[in-house]
Design a protein around this ligand. Structure first.
Ligand code: HEM
Length: 276
């Protein structure tokens, strides 16, 4: 796909993510299966919370929702998680029936996504574009390092990976947010970091399938070992104490939404190119 076509897709996504409020409800309502009443001019869940004085906090004079962003992400993307788990590639991963070559090719696309997001997050911390970037991003593993060594194990050169169309479109959107210093990047981070919770189980299946009891080539799937839960909990707490205002919460949810969709599209394109 050429870059102008990709730019058009990015533009369309941006329109859905950052329009006037009513359209935000529509876009998110349809993705989360909440259609109908959510497109009326009745206040959204966010606004109901924002008007609930006892539940409200203030940061820089802006209302912030009392329910933490991490609970909102968990609940408002639950359906997207269910869909992500049920893609054919994910099902074969979980069952340990994905060919090694397909697994390695899939990892190479994830390398592009992680590497791009990591660079953009580092840049936001350097530019101090929002305090949430330093707060949330600190002390997490750079998964691109594990991916590079896993790819080398599978005989692929991590420096010569070509992006699938779906990957290229997702990277365009990430870079677009990077240029704007948009906290949507933190929603994207939530999805990739959260996926490590399930990746531990996938690793067990692949250790058996690829006869790799020592986990050779599978380091990406279990970066924290027994510290997985604690690392995830600490990330949740760091995100929650930032105190994102309502617009920022919407942007983070849009970022998570886009990452879930992007990962699903990449899975499908990869699986179509190289089925089991
Ligand atoms: C076979 C596929 C998958 C399985 C078996 C799986 C399983 C899991 C499990 C067991 C958890 C922990 C739930 C908890 O402790 O509360 C989890 C969390 C999560 N997974 Fe997955 N997952 C899969 C695929 C994915 C994919 C493809 C993505 C991303 C595109 C993803 C993103 C997440 C996120 C963001 C969380 C954190 C949810 C939260 O607590 O906010 N998962 N997953």
């Amino acid at each position: 796909m050429n870059s102008s076509k990709r730019r058009t897709r990015s533009g369309a996504a941006g329109f859905l993510f950052f329009p006037v409020k009513g359209l935000v409800w529509f876009a998110r309502g349809s993705d989360c299966g909440r259609i109908g009443p959510s497109i009326s001019l009745v206040p959204s869940d966010c606004e109901v919370r924002a008007y609930d004085a006892p539940l409200m906090r203030k940061r820089n004079g802006m209302a912030t929702s009392a329910k933490g962003i991490m609970d909102r992400l968990r609940h408002e993307t639950a359906e997207l998680h269910r869909q992500a788990e049920s893609r054919p590639l994910q099902k074969h991963l979980g069952a340990g029936t994905l060919a090694r070559e397909t697994y390695a090719a899939w990892m190479s696309q994830l390398l592009l996504v992680h590497d791009t997001l990591e660079r953009l997050l580092d840049e936001q911390v350097r530019r101090a574009s929002h305090p949430g970037f330093a707060q949330a991003w600190q002390s997490l593993v750079r998964h691109s390092g594990n991916l590079r060594s896993d790819l080398t194990h599978f005989g692929l050169d991590p420096h010569s990976v070509e992006a699938l169309d779906a990957t290229a479109a997702l990277l365009d959107d990430l870079r677009h947010w990077g240029e704007r210093g948009d906290v949507a990047l933190l929603g994207a981070l939530y999805v990739l970091e959260g996926s490590m919770n399930g990746n531990r189980f996938i690793r067990k299946a692949l250790e058996r399938a690829y006869a790799a009891p020592d986990g050779a080539g599978l380091s990406y799937l279990d970066p924290y070992g027994d510290n997985q839960r604690a690392t995830w909990q600490a990330f949740r707490e760091r995100m929650d104490v930032v105190g994102f205002d309502e617009n920022e919460c919407e942007a983070i949810l849009a970022g998570a939404n886009r990452m879930f969709r992007g990962i699903g599209e990449i899975s499908d394109e990869q699986f179509e190119a190289m089925p089991v």
